[in-house]
Structures are given as structure tokens and as C-alpha cells.
Design a protein around this ligand. Sequence first.
Ligand SMILES: [Mg+2]
Length: 232
Amino acid sequence: MWLFFDIGETLLSEKRFHTVRNKGLYNVLKSHRKDLTPNAYDEAHRRAILCRPEGESSRVRAIAREVLGENEFYKAVLEYREKVGHPLLNSLEKDPNSFFQPYPEVREVLAYLSKRHSLAVIANQHRNVRNLLERTWGLASYFQFMILSEEVGFKKPDREIFLLALDRARVDPSEAWMIGDRVDTDVGPSRSLGMKAIKIKHDSEMSVIEPISDNEEPDFQFIDLKPLLNIF
Ligand SMILES: [Mg+2]
């Protein structure tokens, strides 16, 4: 069996990053709309997530658009980039550990599964993540290979990135599982190719996205990775 893992909010918690982003974005948006309350921000954030934004910058744009409307949001997005986004990315490069952390069960689960199955990564990630998984967290050795969107030029939910992974593993989709936190980018496309898929909830911002097709219904859904020890 081949088990393919997503990275963000499946293996690595991004909670600290999201907390800093949301605080910074809230302050920028409040300077444009004085009556913005934390609750109204949270509600706009939830609606933005339900629009299924792909990367970090599209999340920020979607939240700003929800709060300020179509005509005004781009000014706040530019301001956010300058005041919060760029400094945040700089500190992230210097000290990724202070923003991203493997979830507590990750090492034990990967160590166990990698003795019984072949593991690999399919993730929408920057190429730097390869170094981090190898050097900072020592998790890369559990995987036969890692497919990172920035390196291959395809990203989830494109079917090509899954086909590439299946081809590299030389495995039939019926013998392959995708494990990730998003029904739209992890579960849906993998199941549409005949793989099975598991949704991991963790503290993922994206876990509020509900399936809109049969393919997006995961075969299993768990709070964290620990139940994988029982089913594989
Ligand atoms: Mg993810």
C-alpha cells in the first residue's frame, strides 16, 4: 500500500502562523473599517474559507474582500503585505520552527507506518519545505519521495500532481491513499482518480469546508493521525 500525505495542517501545525496573520490582518482591516469587531472578522474569515481559497495570499484577499467589499479591499491587501505579510515571511524564513510545528503524534505515526507501507508526500508547498522536513524536523527519511507543487509546477487540486505521484510510485490508484485536511484539494481529486482518502481535522482552518460531491466525501475522517495506526 502507498500512503500519500499532505503537509500543511496534516503533518505540520500552522496555528501560530495563522494567529499572527489573523491578528495583523484584523488590525489592517480595522484601520479601514472602524466598526469591525473580532466576531465580525471571524465570521468573514469563515465565509472566505468556504470560498475555497488556494494559497496563503488568496486566503488574505478573500478575507479582506469579505470585510471591505469588492471596491476597497485591494488597498488593505497591499497594506497588509507591506506591514504584516512580508515581515511575517521574513521571520518565517529565519525561524520556521517558531511558526510551524509537527503535530505531537506525527513522528510516532510515520515511524510505524513507514515500516509497513510506502509513504510519500503530495503538497502545495514552497521548495524550502524540503529542507525543513530533512534538517529541521528530521521527518523526510520516512518518505520514499516528496512532490512539492513549487518544484513540479502542478498543484492540488490539479489531477496531474496526483498522476505524477502515482506514476513515480508505480502504484495503481486502488492501492493508494491520500491523507490530508482538505476535502477540496486532498480528498476530492484523489478519490476521483480511484484512490481512497482520509480527512484529518487537526486544528485546520480549512476543515470547515464541506464536501460538495461524492468524491469529496472521505473514506474516513479523524481528529488526528493516531487512528492510522489501527487501520494500516
Ligand atoms: Mg493541508
